[in-house]
Design a protein around this ligand. Structure first.
Ligand SMILES: [Zn+2]
Length: 391
C-alpha cells in the first residue's frame, strides 16, 4: 500500500525565458485489489456489438477563482465538450479546476489521481478494452509481466518491478471500479495560471501575444485522461531529485520505444522488444501500423533534467518535429491554437479509451492547424523554451 510520489505535468510557455521550477515526481496510491466494474452492455469491451452509449462525461468542479470568471469557465467547459465528442466510454470523469499563480513560465498544470497495481491487472484490461477496436492486434501483442523488458539508464543502479500505474480517469475508462478511491470524488485537478494573458474566445483566432485558454484546458485534461510517463520519474531521479531507482510503468509507456535501437516494425517485435525509459535516448510512441493516415512512430519528449528538455508525458516539441503533433505537445507559443489531433486519440485508444474517430475534422483541416502553429515563430523561441524548462 501507498508509495506516494508527487506528480504534476506542466505545459510551458515558450515565450518565457525565466526558469521553471521542477514540479516533482509521481504520486500513486497502490491498490492491491482493483476490480473491474460490470459495464452494462453498451461498451465494446464486454462483447456487445453496439457502441451506442452516450459516451464519456467530463464534469468540471470549479474552484472559487474559476467559478468567478464566467468567460474562463465557459472556455474550460468547451474544452471538456471537445474531449467528450471523441470518447465513447460510459464513464463520468470529475475534474477540479481553478485559476492560481503558478510562477513564471507555467501556463497550467494537471495533477491526476494515479493508482498502481500489478502489471498484468492493467495490461490485461488494456487488451480486453481493445478487443474489438482498430488496435486489437497491437494490444493483444502487449507483453505480460513475465515477458516485459525495459531499457533503463546504465547508471544509477536501476531495476524494474512488475507494477503499473495509471490515472484514475484512464482506469475508469478501462472498466476498473474506483469506488472509494478518489479523494474528494475528483479524478484530477487542473490549475490554470493567472499570470498569463489568455485568449478565452478562439472563434476569431488566438490574438497575438495571448495564449489559447481552451487549448491549454484541452492539454491539461489530456494528462488526466492518461498522458503520463514513468520516464519523468526516472529523469527526476537521474537528475538528483531523489527516490528509489526502481522503475514502474504506465499504460502509455508500453508503446514507448527507442527511436534508434530496439524499434519494432512488426507485431512480433512489438511484443518482445524492450520498452525505453532511459531519458538519454530518443524515444517514439510506436503503434506499428498507420491508421487513418497516421504516422505510426511519433517522437516523444524524454525528460526535463536529463532528457530532451521537456517532460516525457508529451510529444517531442514542435520545432524538433517540424510538424504539429497534437494537443499533447510540450510547449505552446503565444498566438498558437491547440487542437486535439489524431496522434492524441490513437494513444488514448491504445491505453484503454474507446475513441470516436468520426468526430475528427476533415483531413484538409490538419494542414491549416499545422500552419496556425506558426513554425517560424516557434523556431526563434525554441531555444528559450529549452532554457526555460531545464531548470
Ligand atoms: Zn503537459
Amino acid at each position: 500500500m501507498a508509495s506516494r510520489r508527487l506528480a504534476f505535468a506542466v505545459l510551458v510557455a515558450v515565450s518565457m525565458s525565466t526558469a521553471v521550477a521542477r514540479q516533482g515526481e509521481r504520486e500513486t496510491v497502490n491498490v492491491s485489489s482493483l476490480t473491474t466494474a460490470p459495464f452494462q452492455g453498451s461498451d465494446s469491451r464486454v462483447g456487445s456489438s453496439s457502441l451506442t452509449s452516450a459516451g464519456s462525461a467530463i464534469q468540471i468542479s470549479a474552484g472559487s477563482a474559476l467559478a468567478g470568471n464566467s468567460v474562463a469557465l465557459a472556455a474550460f467547459n468547451r474544452a471538456a465538450d471537445q474531449w467528450e465528442q471523441f470518447l465513447a466510454d460510459p464513464v463520468q470523469i470529475t475534474i477540479s479546476a481553478d485559476l492560481a499563480s503558478l510562477g513564471p513560465g507555467i501556463l497550467g498544470q494537471a495533477s491526476s489521481v494515479q493508482l498502481s497495481t500489478g502489471f498484468n491487472a492493467i495490461r490485461n484490461q488494456m487488451v480486453l478494452d481493445n478487443s474489438t477496436g482498430p488496435f486489437a492486434s497491437l494490444t493483444a501483442a502487449l507483453p505480460t509481466a513475465a515477458t516485459y523488458g525495459v531499457t533503463l539508464p546504465s547508471t544509477g543502479g536501476w531495476t524494474t518491478e512488475p507494477t503499473m500505474y495509471a490515472t484514475a480517469a484512464n482506469l475508469a475508462a478501462m472498466g476498473f471500479d474506483l469506488t472509494g478511491l478518489l479523494p474528494g470524488g475528483s479524478h484530477a485537478s487542473i490549475t490554470f495560471s493567472s499570470d498569463f494573458g489568455f485568449d478565452f474566445d478562439r472563434t476569431d483566432g488566438i490574438d497575438p501575444g495571448l495564449f489559447d485558454f481552451e487549448g491549454v484546458a484541452l492539454h491539461e485534461i489530456g494528462h488526466a485522461l492518461g498522458f503520463i510517463s514513468e520516464m519523468d520519474y526516472v529523469d527526476s531521479v537521474q537528475g538528483g531529485g531523489g527516490g528509489p531507482a526502481i522503475a514502474w510503468t504506465t499504460p502509455w509507456d508500453l508503446f514507448r520505444f527507442s527511436a534508434n535501437g530496439s524499434n519494432p516494425s512488426n507485431l512480433s517485435q512489438f511484443g518482445s522488444m524492450p520498452r525505453n525509459l532511459d531519458p538519454s535516448q530518443a524515444t517514439v510512441n510506436d503503434s506499428i501500423s498507420s491508421f487513418l493516415g497516421s504516422n505510426p512512430e511519433v517522437p516523444t519528449s524524454t525528460g526535463v533534467d536529463t532528457g530532451s528538455g521537456d517532460q516525457a508525458s508529451h510529444w517531442l516539441n514542435q520545432a524538433a518535429l517540424g510538424y504539429y503533433p497534437g494537443a499533447m505537445l510540450p510547449s505552446v507559443a503565444p498566438g498558437q491554437r491547440i487542437d486535439i489531433g489524431l496522434n492524441d486519440l490513437i494513444v488514448l485508444d491504445t491505453i484503454g479509451w474507446d475513441v470516436n474517430y468520426a468526430a475528427l475534422p476533415e483531413p484538409g483541416t490538419w494542414a491549416a492547424i499545422a500552419f496556425m502553429g506558426g513554425l517560424g515563430l516557434w523556431r526563434w523561441t525554441s531555444r528559450r523554451c529549452r532554457a526555460a524548462t531545464a531548470a
